[in-house]
Ligand binder design. Structure first.
Ligand code: UVW
Length: 339
């Protein structure tokens, strides 16, 4: 296959993992990295890094995303819930069977590489087109719901299934911003991040999965399904996507994935008015669009961060596959840390 782009965005790695690559930096999760992760297992204790998927509650973080709604499946007009087969078959069994309507990025989630693209003139015809990681374009199989007979959407390229097939497992490191910077809103750039890496003696290696603990998901848990929008806006650390040194470090560090317990990993300026030439979410642009780094958001990291600190550690084994849901642009998950 010939390259699907003539020029790649400055600072991107398009083509470096192959012209047809849809995994991005997950390619760095080699068998060696799984062994490195396994070498961090010393007690066998496990931590679930997921929020209950019905949190945050309401839609204060993102008005388009709704809490999951469970309903029973129906058979012959009857709800399959506490359903007694005895009526039909004279048996002892009782069945419950359900389904869910779920915004895939409502709670603990991975962003697929199809989540954020950009306007960029990859084919060098003088006009920017909609393009995603590694030069896949909107025409490469992004089905818009307005154009499908049943209103369905689908990312036939860069969907979450590639991550699911890869099986996400390896060495992860925790950076505990909350411990150093507290619970008030703080925008963390390169200098502040480096201060924490140095003080906690954290070695970030190529192919590691980086976890950023801010306390945001703990705050969400404490609100028990009734989130206080104002408090959430003014609480906890976020990364500074506007900081070029931070963006450069993310690239050079060789991290395979970037994960946080906050809403969007980076500062999301709700009143931002751009000039048409820049991104609203520069870390999303850098990671998902330019470098193929999957983003994890709203993970629950507080318990694990506390345990690692008490035990003088920062590295652990992470197992974090998304749902194998072809064509989805994100996925909920229940990541497991083993220490
Ligand atoms: C947006 O808000 C665009 O997405 P995310 O959940 O990745 O921050």
């Amino acid at each position: 296959m010939t390259k699907r782009w003539k020029q790649r965005p400055p600072g991107s790695n398009w083509g470096d993992f192959g012209d047809d690559d849809q995994l991005g930096r997950l390619n760095l999760l080699t068998p060696q990295k799984v062994l490195e992760g396994a070498a961090e297992i010393r007690t066998g204790r496990t931590f679930s890094l997921s929020l209950p998927l019905n949190l945050p509650g309401g839609n204060v973080l993102n008005p388009a995303r709704h809490a999951p709604r469970l309903t029973a499946t129906r058979r012959n007009g009857k709800a399959m819930f506490l359903h007694e087969f005895s009526g039909d078959h004279n048996t002892t069994d009782v069945a419950c069977d359900d389904m869910v309507t779920l915004s895939l990025q409502y709670s603990t989630q991975w962003d697929a590489l199809s989540h954020i693209g950009s306007h960029f003139d990859a084919n060098q015809d003088g006009t920017a087109e909609i393009v995603f990681y590694n030069g896949f374009t909107a025409l490469d199989g992004f089905l818009h719901p307005d154009l499908t007979p049943d209103g369905s959407s689908c990312a036939r390229r860069l969907g979450i299934e590639h991550m699911a097939r890869k099986g996400v497992q390896g060495r992860a490191v925790m950076v505990d911003l909350r411990h150093h910077y507290g619970d008030a809103r703080q925008v963390i750039g390169y200098e502040k991040l480096m201060t924490v890496l140095e003080r906690d003696n954290i070695d970030v290696r190529r192919g590691d999965m980086l976890c950023i603990h801010t306390g945001f998901s703990e705050l969400i848990r404490s609100m028990a399904g009734n989130p206080d929008a104002e408090k959430l806006k003014t609480s906890c650390a976020v990364l500074d996507g506007q900081d070029p040194s931070l963006r450069d470090w993310i690239d050079k560090s060789g991290i395979a994935t970037l994960i946080a317990d906050n809403y969007a990993v980076e500062d999301r300026p709700y009143d931002f008015h751009g000039d048409g030439c820049s991104a609203l979410l520069p870390l999303h642009e850098l990671c998902l669009f330019k470098l193929g780094i999957h983003l994890g958001e709203l993970w629950y990291l507080t318990e694990l961060a506390g345990w690692l600190r008490e035990n003088g550690r920062h590295a652990f084994m992470l197992t974090a596959p998304p749902l194998y849901l072809p064509g989805a642009v994100g996925s909920p998950l229940n990541p497991i840390a083993t220490v």
